[in-house]
Design a protein around this ligand. Structure first.
Ligand code: UDP
Length: 239
């Protein structure tokens, strides 16, 4: 049976989520809206919805092929995809290979410092609180995920890092850090949300040019061009 788009159930900063005629599936629409600094900075990145839909689906497909469970079912058109219906776990997982952004501020390592080991961080997904940094104890106290789920989440996050780093190196991109979200679908923990220049820091391997949302956050210009460049390096596609 064909999947049909039905009523909207949620609108986030970058995507809208719709129900479908199948209770196990959601319909996602990617927007061009861009926000930063807890929504205090707002703007539009032309064609971002199209670029992130394609980039994220490319990553999810590649990860699935390598044994990582993700929510992706299939791409419908340039801006829309069908995914498995999940209940989002309210823990945002950040994986870091090189110091940047909030880590540089928090622990004083200059941006660009190679970390001697991969750093895993958890943030409480709560806009009103400004997504605070939390640890395993806070996760248990708030009952955000079980210890078993956190073990699976950490394993998937680290394996995803290994796969993405290696893959991107080939495309002459250095994976500095990224954020993952997880959800549960029929009791299984799977990767959800998106993997895109909105949620990752990508630096050109040689020039160290930023190819991600930092161009928007820091008013560096050529934001759309950077997202286009990422899609081109991943798939060869130009839009
Ligand atoms: N990130 C994200 N959403 C957030 C916060 C961070 O996708 O709400 C990503 C961000 O793009 C970067 C990584 O997670 O790739 C680490 O971000 P950081 O903690 O340095 O925060 P930022 O400097 O972006 O505020």
């Amino acid at each position: 049976m064909d999947v049909q788009k039905m009523g909207q159930i949620y609108e986030g900063k970058a995507k809208k989520v719709f129900q479908t005629n199948n209770p196990d599936l959601y319909w996602i629409e990617y927007k061009d809206d861009a926000t930063a600094f807890d929504g205090k900075k707002k703007g539009t990145i032309m064609n971002k919805g199209i670029l992130n839909n394609k980039i994220s689906n490319h990553f999810f497909k590649m990860l699935e092929d390598r044994g990582i469970p993700t929510h992706l079912v299939n791409q419908i058109n340039d801006r829309e995809s069908v995914v498995k219906a999940v209940k989002i776990i309210l823990v945002e997982v950040v994986v870091r290979n090189i110091a940047a952004g909030s880590l540089s501020k928090r622990i004083g390592l200059p941006e660009g410092t190679m970390l001697p080991k991969t750093v895993l961080e958890f943030y409480y997904k709560d806009d009103a609180l400004g997504d605070p940094l939390i640890n395993d104890y806070h996760i248990q106290v708030l009952d955000l995920a079980t210890p078993e789920q956190m073990k699976v989440i950490s394993e998937i996050a680290l394996k995803t890092n290994d796969i993405l780093r290696e893959y991107l190196k080939d495309k002459k991109i250095d994976l500095i850090d990224f954020k993952l979200e997880f959800g549960t679908h029929k009791g299984q923990v799977i990767l959800a949300d998106e993997i895109s220049p909105d949620t990752c820091r990508f630096w050109d391997l040689e020039t160290r040019e930023k190819l991600d949302k930092d161009r928007f956050r820091r008013d560096l210009g050529n934001v759309e061009e950077a997202y286009r460049e990422v899609l081109k390096r991943l798939t060869g596609e130009t839009i």
